[in-house]
Design a protein around this ligand. Structure first.
Ligand code: QUE
Length: 350
């Protein structure tokens, strides 16, 4: 693997994937995605590789997402075939991780958003540090929660001991930042190591991930912030429509939730919010991760062709003016039926 933004190599019997694009917070460009996909296909069937470790070379970010600036350029140029192909390859890589037959270990030692969760959350070992946080902010760029997370987030169990589709939908529509304690409680993370060091990496490679974690893993101090918020979230983020959710939040006695949701969705694409609710409804009932990714692809390729994606990436990442003019501008005007028609609702009865 020669791409300068990614290094892959085998140490002892560990396949190591290093993200090395620090100026873009390791956001995944097509070369990086292709490189990860191809090396995983090789290591999956290579008996000399017993586990895979993915990490960042830099101290700041694990991975801030997919390179949506490149995707936006493709859309602006009318190059939909290439842009669709980018997402198709990324989702194939996510499914490869979700079905990987060996330990797949992600060292989440910094920001993990969007595509960064797609290369970590489907693995068997998601190790988070005090520098880790996780968010899905796609509603701010006219897109939806993808890379398999609209499927897997609804099924995660965590130390809480049960999944919560409502909490998952809350997380995916508000860009709420989960830090280590929230990630362990909800199941996004499996292990907590306050300070991830080279010694930990060396130990994982020398003795295997489970032996290393038996010594290094800790329990976070204090309660996860979501413990207190979860009851109100579960009373309001029931799968219905975004309008029902917004009305339930507005009528709820929990002022903290009301404020948080109002503020978080003020600059969100109305089309994204409607699409996210439908996508989560559909992906609550599909058979497997691949079917969940197929639904994301169907809605995602549709959204790339709507005005909000180009406008959202412009306002958030290109010009950074944070003033997106989304169209339609209200949830009531969104063509929900066009989105519903794209989705496989599995065995969902409603
Ligand atoms: C939504 C997103 C992304 C985002 C912000 C959003 C995303 C992404 C980045 C990002 C952040 C910093 C960088 C960079 C990219 O931000 O996918 O190159 O330096 O990659 O609201 O989906």
């Amino acid at each position: 693997m020669a791409a300068e933004t990614l290094s892959t190599y085998v140490r002892n019997t560990t396949g190591v994937i290093e993200l090395d694009r620090p100026k873009a917070l390791n956001s995944l460009n097509p070369e990086m995605i292709r490189g990860i996909k191809e090396i995983l296909e090789q290591w999956r069937d290579d008996a000399a590789v017993t586990q895979v470790l993915v990490r960042s070379t830099g101290p700041k970010a694990f991975c801030a997402g997919g390179d949506v600036r490149v995707a936006r350029d493709g859309v602006v140029a009318g190059n939909f075939e290439e842009t669709d192909g980018f997402f198709e390859m990324e989702y194939a890589m996510n499914n490869l991780i979700g079905t990987f037959p060996k330990p797949y270990i992600a060292l989440i030692d910094g920001v993990a958003m969007g595509g960064g969760l797609g290369i970590s959350a489907h693995g068997s070992h998601r190790i988070v540090s005090d520098k880790a946080f996780a968010a899905m902010p796609e509603m701010n760029i006219g897109y939806i929660t993808d890379v398999g997370l609209s499927y897997s987030s609804q099924r995660m169990v965590g130390t809480r001991g049960k999944p919560s589709p409502e909490l998952a939908l809350f997380w995916a529509t508000t860009a709420y930042r989960m830090y280590a304690a929230d990630m362990l409680w909800t199941g996004l993370a499996t292990h907590y190591v306050p300070n991830i060091t080279e010694a930990l990496v060396d130990d994982i490679i020398a003795r295997g991930v489970d032996a290393a974690l038996a010594d290094a893993a800790h329990t976070p101090n204090g309660e996860a912030p979501l413990v207190a918020l979860a009851p109100a979230i579960e009373e309001t983020f029931a799968p219905g429509s975004w309008e029902e959710i917004a009305a339930a939040v507005a009528a709820h006695s929990n002022e903290e939730l009301k404020e948080l949701v109002t503020e978080a969705t003020a600059a969100a694409s109305p089309t994204s919010l409607v699409a996210a609710v439908e996508l989560f409804k559909a992906n609550a009932n599909v058979a497997d991760l691949r079917a969940g990714l197929d639904n994301e692809y169907a809605v995602g390729t549709y959204l790339l062709r709507q005005p909000d994606f180009v406008e959202g990436v412009r306002a958030v990442l290109v010009d950074k003016t944070k003033d997106p003019q989304f169209q339609p501008a209200s949830v009531a005007e969104v063509d929900k039926e066009a989105i519903v028609a794209l989705l496989n609702y599995g065995d969902y009865g409603g």
